[in-house]
Write a protein that binds this ligand. Structure first.
Ligand SMILES: Cc1ncc(COP(=O)(O)O)c(C=O)c1O
Length: 395
């Protein structure tokens, strides 16, 4: 038997992979499966960004760069944050990483000792709990109250903090729920963070995808907690660049230095060519963002309306990102042997050829996640199938 370290043996396989393999098998069998599982924009990376990468290759820009990213890229990120949120981060405070995922991981590693507690509001993005475990820290889940619509409140946070709490992870707009914290809600949370002295890792990777002209509020804007914020963002969702693997972290200089040191011995610099592409993304015209956002908003409206029209299904209005997170629990323990989100998703894929991600993967079994990063045609087909599948359970 090969020996697997305790550290890695505790990491769970993604709960979505099992359903994915069912989907792949069904596709191989020629079945017309519609997947609402996508975690990336269905838009192509804009041509001017691709051209910047091609130019970089042709000019031989194919060697190591500084560990923490190109100076010009860090300057462009600094200018972008200033433009978006009116806050200044120096280039020394910014670390360009191999995707935002690695920025989150390094942020956790930089501030958490083993046994430190990390507060993790549910529903959470699937990688947070595994990354907290890898860091040796302890996960303390927070369940949103019924009245707060899948968000945590400042009062709840206050109660959850103990002498062992080191970090809160706050993701707005949220994957999987699409909820967005308002400035007032964040301001109240910031007060608690200030008083308690904990860090907050603000994952704002979906900040450019918000709907109904909602002014997006960033956790970076509160000067009183400036040194306690670890801000994470990247190009994956904003510029439809998931495969290029560029994210970043901006934090107190000493946190940034710790991350730079770690990155220097783990990944080294993110890909040189991708950095040039990201630079173009941050610097050049961003008109295409409005187009992408409008398409997502149209689909959001459709998906939200269709889900809530289904008997006993409730879905909060997603205010950002490209996910809907409806509550299907009224269909559990009724018929078809369905008792969980995994059962419901298996039933819908096996019998109705439509794939969603079970809510249990995000810590909330009453729900499941639908991505609307796919065409209207696919959404119509998928929602018809979900509706028929649920109708059959009511018979
Ligand atoms: C909430 C959240 N944070 C971070 C990431 C990671 O993004 P990246 O592709 O830049 O690693 C994702 C990707 O799905 C995400 O949903």
């Amino acid at each position: 038997m090969p020996h697997i370290s305790k550290r890695l043996a505790q990491i769970c396989e993604s709960q979505t992979l099992a359903l994915n393999s069912v989907m792949m098998r069904m596709k191989r069998e020629g079945k017309d499966v519609v997947s609402l599982g996508a975690g990336e924009p269905d838009f192509d990376t804009p041509p001017h960004i691709k051209e910047a990468a091609i130019k970089a290759i042709q000019e031989g820009f194919t060697k190591y760069t500084p560990v923490d990213g190109l100076f010009e890229l860090k300057e462009a990120i600094s200018a972008w944050i200033k433009h978006e949120h009116g806050v200044h981060y120096s280039t020394e405070q910014i670390i360009v990483t191999c995707g935002a995922k690695h920025a989150v991981y390094q942020g956790i590693l930089a501030v958490c000792d083993p046994e430190d507690e990390v507060l993790l509001p549910k529903p959470y993005w699937v990688s947070y709990p595994e990354q907290i475990k890898l860091a040796g820290a302890q996960i303390v889940e927070m369940t949103p109250g019924d009245a707060s619509g899948l968000k945590i409140t400042a009062q709840q946070l206050e109660k959850a903090i103990t002498s062992k709490t080191r970090l809160l992870i706050l993701n707005s707009p949220s994957n999987p729920s699409g909820i967005v914290y308002s400035r007032e809600e964040l301001a109240a949370i910031a007060q608690v963070i200030k008083r308690s002295g904990i860090y907050v890792l603000a994952d704002e990777i979906y900040d450019k995808i918000t709907f109904d002209d909602l002014p997006f509020a960033s956790m970076t804007v509160f000067p009183e907690i400036r040194d306690q914020v670890i801000y994470v963002n990247g190009v994956s969702k904003t510029f439809a660049m998931t495969g290029w693997r560029i994210g970043f972290l901006a934090a107190h200089q000493e946190v940034a230095t710790a991350v730079r040191n770690y990155q220097g011995h783990s990944t080294s610099n993110p890909t040189s060519i991708s950095q040039k592409a990201a630079l173009e993304g941050y610097r050049a015209d961003k008109a295409f963002l409005a187009e992408m956002k409008n398409a997502f908003q149209q689909r959001r409206d459709y998906v939200h309306q269709r889900l809530n029209a289904m008997p006993d299904v409730h879905c909060e209005l997603p205010q950002g990102a490209f996910y809907a997170f409806p509550n299907f629990s009224a269909y559990y323990h009724k018929s078809g042997g369905i008792c969980s989100s995994m059962d419901l998703c298996s039933y819908l894929i096996e019998k109705y050829n439509v794939a969603m991600v079970p809510g249990i993967a995000f810590g909330m079994d009453d729900y499941s996640r639908l991505s609307f990063a796919t065409s209207m045609q696919n959404l119509e087909k998928a929602l018809d199938r979900i509706e028929n599948g649920l109708a059959d359970l009511r018979r």
